[in-house]
Ligand binder design. Structure first.
Ligand code: SAM
Length: 267
């Protein structure tokens, strides 16, 4: 990777950390760690760690007697993660081929990554491989777009004015929302005691403009799509009226957003 391209990826990851993490991702960390029953002293792996939102929280929970590793294939994401928590063991890699020995972790957690994995079954198989017998797994994915109207409306707008490729990049995070499909995927693995809990959170952005801008500048580049400034300004202007019903009295954008947390353990 050349230096310009790494710099672009770091800028996108900084946008992700500053805009998307506080608005959407930080609020799930305690729930995912509770679901995996993370306690002081545990050895924890965070798969698809991004900028390390969940990894940092896990490090705080396990304390000095535990250890935490974060893995992601995005060099920009990992550069930001490392700058925020240098003492964590950050690894560049994919979920489908985890660079760890068998039975290295007491718990494996992952939030909002599974939908992007090229081979989800292989990734889950790998997560189970690196767990000790009896080790705990907790994986969070977004509910389907049918249950999150604000994003369904944003995707419809993008489809109309920016085309299917851009719309699909924003649709992908919701691809594992159907509980039946999710259940089937986990039941095909060797995980035992599989359970799915659907939980509601709140998306909170400073404005509609920031919400959509976070996707255009913070998320699309992670998915390999860079729009020009003219396109970004035109989309933002249209989004402000299309999504006006999510604007609060204070001018912020807020709406309910739900996610499934799947838990299981290694036999
Ligand atoms: C929406 S972000 C979630 C990041 C983080 N877990 C959080 O809660 O902020 C999805 C992450 O999945 C990562 N990802 C995509 N494909 C992957 C793969 N095959 N293996 C591991 N991570 C992957 C991306 O690089 C990205 O950082």
């Amino acid at each position: 990777m050349n230096e310009d391209s790494l710099q672009n990826q770091i800028e996108a990851a900084v946008g992700y950390e500053n805009l998307l993490a506080p608005a959407l991702f930080q609020q799930w960390t305690e729930r995912v760690l509770d679901a995996a029953q993370i306690l002081s002293g545990d050895r924890v792996l965070d798969v698809a760690c991004g900028t390390g939102v969940l990894t940092r929280k896990a490090a705080g929970r396990v304390g000095a007697s535990g250890s935490v590793s974060g893995l992601d294939p995005g060099p920009g994401m990992l550069a930001v993660a490392e700058s925020l928590a240098p003492s964590v063991d950050w690894r560049l890699g994919t979920a489908e081929s985890l660079p760890y020995e068998d039975a290295s972790f007491d718990a494996v957690v992952s939030q909002f990554g599974l939908m992007f994995f090229a081979d989800r079954y292989k990734a889950l198989d790998e997560m189970l491989r690196v767990l000790v017998p009896g080790g705990r797994l907790a994986v969070a994915v977004w509910d389907s777009l049918d249950n999150i109207p604000a994003y369904a409306e944003e995707v419809a707008l993008l489809n109309r004015i920016a085309g299917e490729k851009v719309a699909n990049a924003v649709r992908t995070p919701f691809a594992l929302g159907a509980r039946a499909d999710l259940k089937k995927l986990f039941e095909e693995t060797t995980a035992s005691s599989v359970a799915i809990a659907t939980c509601t959170g709140t998306a909170r952005f400073p404005s509609i403009r920031t919400m959509v801008e976070a996707d255009l500048r913070g998320w699309l580049p992670v998915m390999g799509i860079v729009l020009d400034e003219e396109q970004i300004h035109s989309i933002l202007a249209k989004a402000e009226s299309a999504l006006a019903r999510y604007v609060t009295k204070e001018g912020t954008a807020e709406f309910a957003i739900s996610a499934h947390i799947v838990t299981g353990s290694k036999s």
